[in-house]
Design a protein around this ligand. Structure first.
Ligand SMILES: Cc1ncc(COP(=O)(O)O)c(C=O)c1O
Length: 437
């Protein structure tokens, strides 16, 4: 029915759709993309840093000279040329024992997560995941009707003792945990990195518990201070599914990612993917393959690193100078995000309309938890905006926070509470749109 919010199809939806709700926050994000708003909300790489003319020329050639294959259907697993290149890319991160035969090309890292969920999760199964975690993964697990149990992190990433506890609690509750979903390096949204020592501990714990590991690594190459610790998959081959993407090192618009899977499982993933998308885009794969074989992609990653390091420094400096007392934040050594913990009593979700009115946007912490927690946190992105815009954004944000703190001092906590409090199901109801993921 056009023009109303009534949904006449409600009774017909599958069960997995029931937890899916749009949130007020989503509506605010549409305003957040206006140019006068400083958006600290996005998860977008700074595409303007790419040599766009050269990329354009390459794409033109791909259609004009190789259109017979690049504009045709391809095979479900992805082209062998690209899978070989992907093994070279992984070798740079320290995964040196990967075979192109065990790589499945996907429509971004997002489809990789979806395929793994389809392959392993029955309704009611439990997924262990960092708290907070990637909003798009929460959406996938929710669609699979799985339950997410969060595992706490600190400045060194996932806390091994908390993981053990979560495994035990799941068993006590009579549930089955199928896998640990983890973003060990430059985590989204927390910006922290699992230390080398803890990587071994986490792998040992999962192995003892018979828990598979899904390692999601879109950011590992975007290190600002030396190299990131070796991926989990470089340390252990069995039971680890490695997921990555060209979205953050090349271009998210191409939608090319991959899974490196244990050999036995690879065929099942291909079948799942064929049922899902037939095959990943041959054109996009051709574009990535040509990019990796004819353009200086390693140098481009260095360019991204330099730009993001400068922007991270600008954001951290602005937070240091401008944030109200009692605010704390993480200090990422790579990636795109800083995770902020607000002073006692402030509510990032309730504050959002006031922030938008002050022309600054962020993602409230609630988007990154399956259980509705996270009101005391927010995620800030530093990859997209120039240093002076980042500082201006933090200036506006701290003004809003100061006002909320003053209100709280006068009227107490109730003055700041959200007006539409409602109990959240397992859905990531605050999930922002894809460009904010
Ligand atoms: C942790 C994580 N995993 C997966 C993705 C999905 O990326 P894409 O589907 O663009 O490859 C993202 C995107 O922001 C992410 O942050």
């Amino acid at each position: 029915m056009t023009g109303t919010t009534q949904d006449d199809y409600t009774d017909r939806y599958a069960r997995r759709v029931r937890g899916m709700t749009t949130s007020e926050i989503r509506a605010l994000f549409s305003v957040a993309s206006r140019p006068e708003v400083v958006s600290l909300a996005g998860g977008s790489p700074y595409i303007a840093a790419l040599p766009l003319d050269a990329v354009g020329e390459m794409l033109g050639e791909l259609a004009a000279q190789h259109g017979a294959t690049s504009l045709q259907y391809g095979i479900g697993q992805g082209t062998i040329d690209l899978r070989e290149r992907i093994c070279e890319v992984m070798a740079l991160s320290g995964i040196t024992n990967a075979s192109p035969d065990d790589v499945v090309v996907t429509v971004g890292g997002q489809q990789a997560l979806d395929l793994l969920a389809r392959l392993f999760l029955d309704p009611g199964d439990v997924v262990l995941a960092e708290g907070p975690t990637y909003v798009g993964a929460l959406g996938v697990f929710q669609a699979a009707q799985a339950q997410v149990r969060h595992v706490a992190m600190d400045a060194e990433g996932l806390i091994p003792a908390a993981l053990e506890e979560a495994i035990e609690a799941t068993v006590r509750a009579g549930r089955k945990a199928k896998f640990l979903y983890t973003i060990p390096t430059f985590q989204n949204p927390a910006g922290v990195t699992l230390s080398g020592e803890r990587r071994e501990q986490v792998l040992d714990i999962c192995e003892r518990a018979g828990l598979l590991v899904v390692e999601d690594d879109p950011y590992g190459m975007l290190a600002f201070e030396g190299e990131a610790p070796l991926p989990l998959r470089a340390r252990r081959r069995d039971g680890v599914f490695y997921v990555s993407t060209f979205s953050k090192t090349f271009a998210p618009g191409l939608r090319v990612g991959w899974i490196l899977a244990p050999h036995a499982v690879r065929e099942k993933l291909v079948m799942m993917s064929e049922a899902n998308v037939l095959c990943p885009s041959a054109f996009a794969q051709g574009a990535v393959t040509r990019y990796l074989s004819t353009m200086p992609w390693r140098e481009q990653i260095k360019v991204y690193r330099e730009i993001y390091r400068e922007r991270r420094d600008a954001l951290l400096g602005a937070l240091e100078d401008l944030m109200p007392a009692g605010t704390t934040w993480t200090r990422p050594t790579g990636g795109l995000f800083v995770w902020v913990t607000l002073p006692e009593g402030l509510d990032s979700k309730a504050m959002m309309p006031r922030a938008i009115a002050a022309r600054v946007a962020y993602v409230p912490g609630t988007g990154f938890y399956a259980d509705g927690t996270g009101r005391g946190n927010m995620r800030l992105n530093f990859s997209f905006s120039a240093p002076d815009r980042l500082r201006e954004g933090v200036r506006r944000l701290s003004g809003v926070m100061e006002q909320d703190l003053a209100m709280r001092a006068v009227f107490g906590g109730a003055a700041l509470q959200h007006t539409h409090q409602r109990r959240r199901g397992p859905a990531a109801a605050d999930a922002p749109g894809p460009d904010l993921a």
